[in-house]
Design a protein around this ligand. Structure first.
Ligand code: FES
Length: 114
């Protein structure tokens, strides 16, 4: 096999990782999905999820300062777009992964699997 088949994307499942009361607007929460640390952000009531580990070195983005839709890595200050995972400033140049988020009632669900 040479890559993901279109149908495989339908195997994504959503798992509960938090409740909305755990993440205030303008705040973040680190969760673990399998072995993967993920940072969930609340941007004015909308929830977004990106990989928690900075793409530059080993630092937790959920512990960074949040400015609008950007999070600043607590270690060397690289900024990442919370919506897209894109690295906006040096020293990071590589994006961090993003994960689909769904809210059902009070539950925050994260899409996992490919
Ligand atoms: S570890 Fe994040 S900018 Fe260096």
């Amino acid at each position: 096999m040479t890559g993901p088949l279109l149908g495989e994307y339908h195997t994504m499942e959503f798992v509960k990782v938090a409740t909305i009361g755990e993440i205030a607007p303008g705040a973040a929460l680190r969760v673990e999905v399998g072995d993967e640390p993920v940072a969930i952000f609340n941007l004015g009531g909308e929830f977004y999820a990106i990989g928690d580990i900075c793409s530059h070195e080993e630092a937790s983005l959920s512990e960074g300062d949040i400015f609008g839709d950007v999070v600043e890595c607590p270690l060397h200050g690289a900024e990442f777009d919370i919506r897209t995972g894109a690295a906006r400033t040096l020293p990071a140049v590589t994006p961090v992964p993003t994960f689909p988020v769904k809210v059902e009632g009070d539950d925050i669900l994260l899409g996992v699997g490919r």
